[in-house]
Design a protein around this ligand. Structure first.
Ligand SMILES: [Zn+2]
Length: 270
C-alpha cells in the first residue's frame, strides 16, 4: 500500500492510495464520514430568547456549527466513567452566549459562543445564527460532546469524502487523424495538441465520462479509456473540526481496531 499526497491546503486533502482493493478504499471513505468522532453542541439551556426565532430552530443551528475537536483530551460519553446524562469535564465542553441588540439590528454569529476550553471553539466564527432587532436578547448556555456521523450529521467531520479510480487514457496515434474533437469536447482538459496530434496531458483529471470517445469521428475510436482497479484518488474536505490528514489517520486507526476485533472474535469461535 502506498500513499502519495497531491494537494494539501487548509481543510482539504487530495491523495493517491495505491495497492489496495475497492472495499478497503470504501471502508476508509465511510469511516471518515461516519465514525471519526467530532465535537458538536448537543444540549442547550435557553435563559432568554426574545428574537423572532423559536428556541428549537436556534438550537438546531447551534448544533450544526463545526467545532474544533481535541480527540486526545475528550472521551465519547459512552466511554466515560461518569455515566452522567449531562457529562463531566472529560466528556463535555460548555459554551456561553449572551448577545443583546441595543439601538440597531444585530446578527448573532457562531463566534459569539464563548467556550470554557479554547481548544474546542467554533471552527468558523462568522456563521450567522439569528438576527436580533433592537432590544432583543439571546442568552444561553450550550454543551458540546463527542459523537459520530452515523448518529447525526452534525457529528460528521467532513463536507466531502470521496474517491475515484485512477484513470488510464491511451491514444493509438497511428489510427488518429488529428481532428482535435477530443481536445474540444473533454470537459476536464485531459488532452492537448502536439505536432498536429492529440496527446494525453492531464490523465489524472479524467472522470471516465467518455465524451472524447463519443465525439471521435473514427469508429472504433483510437482513444482507449480504462481505470486501475487498485489505485484511488481521494478527496477529503474537513468541516474545520480537524485537519483532513488527521481525519485519515484516525480513520485508519479505527479500521485497525475493527479488524483486530474481528480476528479476536474469529479466534474465540474457532
Ligand atoms: Zn464524563
Amino acid at each position: 500500500m502506498k500513499i502519495t499526497i497531491l494537494e494539501q491546503n487548509g481543510n482539504s486533502l487530495r491523495f493517491v492510495l495505491s495497492g489496495v482493493s475497492a472495499p478497503f478504499a470504501n471502508a476508509i471513505r465511510r469511516i471518515i464520514m461516519a465514525e471519526v468522532p467530532t465535537m458538536a453542541i448537543d444540549d442547550v439551556m435557553m435563559f432568554e430568547n426574545t428574537s423572532a426565532m423559536f428556541d428549537e430552530m436556534i438550537t438546531h443551528r447551534l448544533g450544526l456549527v463545526p467545532l474544533t475537536t481535541d480527540l486526545d483530551t475528550y472521551l465519547l460519553p459512552e466511554e466515560c466513567d461518569c455515566e452522567s446524562e449531562f457529562g463531566c469535564n472529560n466528556c463535555r465542553v460548555s459554551f456561553t452566549l449572551d448577545v443583546k441588540a441595543e439601538a440597531e439590528l444585530k446578527m448573532v454569529y457562531s463566534g459569539d459562543l464563548i467556550p470554557e476550553n479554547a481548544d474546542v471553539s467554533p471552527a468558523v466564527k462568522k456563521i450567522p445564527i439569528v438576527r436580533l432587532a433592537n432590544n432583543q436578547r439571546l442568552k444561553l448556555e450550550a454543551y458540546a460532546r463527542l459523537g459520530k456521523g452515523l448518529e447525526h450529521a452534525k457529528w460528521q467531520p467532513v463536507s466531502a469524502s470521496t474517491y475515484k479510480f485512477m484513470p488510464i487514457v491511451e491514444i493509438d496515434t497511428k489510427k488518429c487523424d488529428g481532428c482535435g474533437d477530443c481536445v474540444k469536447y473533454c470537459p476536464k482538459n485531459v488532452f492537448s495538441i502536439e505536432k498536429l496530434k492529440p496527446v494525453v496531458q492531464n490523465e489524472i483529471n479524467c472522470t471516465l465520462c467518455m465524451e472524447c470517445i463519443r465525439h471521435c469521428p473514427i469508429e472504433p475510436s483510437p482513444i482507449k479509456i480504462s481505470h486501475d482497479k487498485k489505485t484511488f484518488i481521494f478527496y477529503i474536505e474537513s468541516t474545520g473540526s480537524m485537519p483532513a490528514s488527521k481525519l485519515v489517520k484516525e480513520a485508519v486507526k479505527i479500521l485497525e481496531r475493527k479488524t483486530q476485533s474481528v480476528i479476536e472474535q474469529y479466534k474465540k469461535v474457532k
